[in-house]
Design a protein around this ligand. Structure first.
Ligand code: SAM
Ligand code: SF4
Length: 334
């Protein structure tokens, strides 16, 4: 391994999220517009380029890699990518290879993922009501995702559910979702909705529901104990006293995790974003394609890390949603 990646604020970067596609088989209202224009194929990093880039990060000390999108499992040939990346798990250079998925393709791929050394998956699911699920994802069908979750668990994968907290949408399902997960030994994390892009949604789904409120409701029902677990990201965890269930809260709008931020993101076109909440990014595709030798790429990665900002600037407390960034989550990868 060569010198690790350390940013100007002495934070070691050991976690990489890579989006492998901007495409998706769903159109969640808070993430995409109904009529998305996707990138031409030549703009995307090929699977070989993705491998080269991830492997460069791993040489520089990244030991956790999360694959995301768009929907990562709709990228053609993605299983080959997981298979080749699994060599880094075998050497021990990579501690964890994982993915965030909408679950629609898990019935097909869960066994292969487990065979390639994937131990955990994050599955996004905001509601257990079929009609509401179709409304929020526009194109998704709940039974398919539920079968995906079952397949993941049957393959031995640890499942974590990510639910976006949406006012007037899944407020009434807080306890249902919590109990459903507890009954299946599925971890659960609630995410505050972020002001991403201009999605032109006429429907009013996608409104901010503060996790503080949600936490109070859970606390009132069962009592909660804060857990010290930290992942370097915006997640905080509690334990439900009555049942022992662990629940996470991701509040990307709060600043108070930035000082421990250990991660960067790379889009499917090879742009590196060193902060989810800021527009600043650098190009890695040019350096990657400029030379077969990885030195140019490694230099570009190092340079990008020197530009990692101290923190971000979302703020819901004012009338206007300040700090709004114009790109979609499907672009940077959640
Ligand atoms: N398609 C995969 C999925 O849905 O899990 C991976 C990509 S998706 C962009 C990653 C995560 O971002 C999902 O959990 C999704 O709910 C979340 N997400 C998308 N748009 C969001 C927004 N505006 N605010 C908060 N979370 C968002
Ligand atoms: Fe697709 Fe995930 Fe975005 Fe939903 S949140 S549209 S599943 S990328």
């Amino acid at each position: 391994m060569i010198t690790p990646l350390i940013d100007p604020f002495a934070r070691t970067i050991d976690y990489l999220r890579v989006s492998v596609t901007d495409r998706c088989d769903f159109r969640c209202v808070y993430c995409m517009s109904e009529n998305m224009t996707f990138l031409p194929k030549k703009e995307l990093l090929t699977l070989e380029e993705l491998d080269r880039m991830c492997s460069a990060f791993i040489r520089m000390g990244v030991n956790k890699l999360r694959i995301t999108g768009g929907e990562p499992l709709v990228r053609r040939g993605i299983m080959t990518f997981f298979e080749t990346m699994s060599r880094h798990l075998k050497t021990g250079d990579l501690e964890e290879l994982t993915l965030t998925t909408n679950g629609s393709q898990l019935e097909k791929y869960a066994d292969q993922l487990a065979a390639f050394g994937i131990k955990r998956v994050n599955i996004s699911l905001d509601t257990l009501d079929e009609e509401k699920f179709a409304r929020i994802t526009r194109w998704g069908r709940l039974p398919q995702v539920l079968r995906g979750i079952e397949a993941a668990q049957a393959a031995g994968l640890r499942v974590k559910l990510n639910a976006v907290a949406l006012k007037d949408f899944n407020e009434d399902e807080l306890f249902t979702l919590t109990d459903w997960c507890a009954a299946r030994d599925i971890d659960l994390t609630f995410i505050e909705v972020m002001p991403m892009g201009d999605l032109g949604n006429e429907d009013r789904i996608g409104q901010f529901w503060s996790l503080k409120d949600l936490r109070v409701q859970l606390e009132t029902r069962g009592g909660l104990t804060d857990l010290p677990d930290r992942t370097g990201g915006p997640a905080r965890y509690v334990r439900v006293d009555a049942t022992g269930q662990k629940i996470g809260f991701i509040t990307p709008l709060s600043h108070n995790f930035c000082e421990s931020c250990n991660r960067v993101r790379v889009t499917c076109t090879g742009e590196i974003y060193t902060c989810l909440g800021q527009e600043g990014h650098s190009d890695l595709r040019g350096p990657l394609r400029a030379s077969e030798n990885d030195t140019v790429l490694e230099d570009a990665i190092r340079h990008a890390i020197t530009l990692k900002p101290k923190g971000h600037d979302f703020d819901y407390s004012r009338q206007q949603v300040d700090g709004q960034v114009s790109r979609h989550m499907s672009h940077t990868g959640g």
